[in-house]
Design a binder for this molecule. Structure first.
Ligand code: IMP
Length: 438
């Protein structure tokens, strides 16, 4: 069985969690390959007392399926405090999180309160310097943890197997962080002794989960098990391929799955790009199709529903706009997407008109592709295709034929303008609210 890869085709928050949950029904293993608890994946499952909502930040979304084994790959940066809290939360909801079901790569990196303090300090300094301004990070210490990794002084999860040594390494790391907080940012330091003691405790609980996950995945793939690689964030937040510098510090694109899981590309199967039928972004950075005022409020929702456009991790309202097909074509190309999954189709119901950004215009020239990639998008104006909307509620649609003609046309234009087939369309938050388009 091949490795199927699920990637976000936009700036994150595409609804990858619920799609992973859906596809995990046919998978044996679901493996997260990048990022940390900056991610927020929401899965809604029918329960005896109505829909049950699970919010995941570090554990793979596939774990909600009882038969699935979840892997946290070495491309991740893991805050052990958050992970244990999430395990406890899911455990209380009846999800088994034993070492038989959850495997953490020995080579994943650990996040500490030191990384979080540096993240916040750096954001404040960027905002004050007012050059490109702040990134708008989630404040979870992601950038500083990956910085330590590339500077080859990071704390790897294998240290959890030796609590005393981990404690020493954490104390040493916090002392170093304190020097930076003091000398660069003029901020007070953290207490290395208390933090080291906390990490020693975390190690005692997490040690049984540490695994050579690359070997585990290889053996499972060799034995014909279906493995799903679950991306976090999205293509446009990729450190190399995204809207730099307004990106995260990992590789959420499909190639990141091979690096972040230690699996060779010979196993590649479907490469599934998840995109909303409109565009959102949280944090700073360019957004050519962004809309404001009542138009944005309409796409965002009020926040009264869990699926409205407010961050799962930070609660921040998301910036909203029309679907940008220049950026989506880019995502198709750099990920090698074999199919698209569209989410939140139901949100567009009731609009008189819907729009797709087919190309950009700058200085009187039309651009179907970005001349320099998605770096400085400021000069570009969207060239829209505007088409009639549909009034019908689509939340009960299960096949393309159930959708109004205008909605089918909208999907068809996305396929035509990206050159990739649409396989699934979500029409509501629940597992069953899906249109199978094949
Ligand atoms: P960081 O990953 O916390 O360093 O944040 C860097 C940028 O990525 C910011 O613009 C964040 O808002 C954005 N970001 C990080 N994780 C997510 C996510 O899961 N969904 C959406 N945006 C994210």
């Amino acid at each position: 069985m091949p490795l199927h890869i699920i990637v976000g085709a936009q700036w994150g928050d595409e609804g990858k969690g619920r799609i992973t949950d859906l596809l995990a029904a046919e998978a044996a293993v679901v493996a997260r390959y990048s990022g940390g608890d900056n991610a927020g994946h929401t899965v809604t499952v029918d329960g005896p007392d109505g829909p049950q909502i699970f919010k995941l930040h570090l554990l793979p979304s596939g774990l909600i399926n009882p038969h699935v084994v979840g892997v946290l790959g070495h491309g991740m940066v893991i805050n052990p405090h958050s992970l244990l809290a999430e395990m406890d939360r899911l455990g209380a909801l009846g999800i088994v999180v034993s070492p038989e079901r959850v495997k953490i790569s020995a080579a994943a990196h650990l996040i500490t309160p030191g990384h979080m303090a540096l993240d916040r300090a750096d954001e404040a300094a960027r905002a004050a310097a007012n050059l490109e301004g702040k990134i708008g990070t989630t404040g979870r210490g992601i950038g500083p943890a990956y910085t330590d990794k590339t500077a080859r002084r990071g704390l790897r999860a294998e240290l959890l197997l030796d609590p005393e040594r981990l404690g020493d390494r954490v104390a040493e790391h916090i002392r170093l962080v304190n020097q930076t907080l003091d000398r660069i940012y003029g901020l007070p330091g953290l207490d290395p002794v208390t933090i080291a003691a906390d990490y020693t405790q975390y190690a005692r609980r997490l040690a049984p989960y540490i695994t050579e996950t690359s070997l585990y995945l290889y053996r499972r793939l060799q034995a014909n098990a279906a493995v799903l690689a679950e991306g976090a964030q999205g293509t446009l937040l990729d450190l190399d391929l995204g809207t730099y510098p307004f990106v995260t510090s990992s590789s959420p694109t499909s190639a990141g799955a091979f690096v972040g899981l230690g699996v060779g590309p010979q196993f590649a199967g479907r490469i599934i790009g998840v995109t909303k039928v409109f565009q959102t972004r949280v944090g700073e950075g360019p957004f050519p199709t962004e809309v404001f005022g009542p138009e944005a409020d309409r796409l965002r929702g009020t926040g009264s529903n869990p699926w409205d456009e407010f961050g799962t991790t930070t609660g921040r309202p998301r910036r909203c706009g029309w679907l940008d097909l220049v950026l989506l074509r880019y995502a198709v190309r750099v990920n090698g997407l074999t199919e698209l999954v569209l989410t939140k189709m139901d949100v567009l119901s009731g609009l008189d008109q819907v729009r797709l950004c087919a190309a950009y215009e700058a200085g009187g020239t039309r651009h179907d592709e970005l001349p320099l990639g998605p770096t400085d998008l400021a000069p570009f104006r969207p060239v829209y295709e505007t088409m009639p909307g549909w009034a019908e509620d689509v939340s009960a649609a299960r096949s393309l034929a159930d959708l109004p003609a205008a909605a089918r046309h909208y999907v068809q234009r996305i396929e035509e303008l990206t050159g990739v087939p649409v396989s699934l369309i979500s029409v509501g938050p629940e597992r069953k609210q899906i249109v199978r388009a094949e």
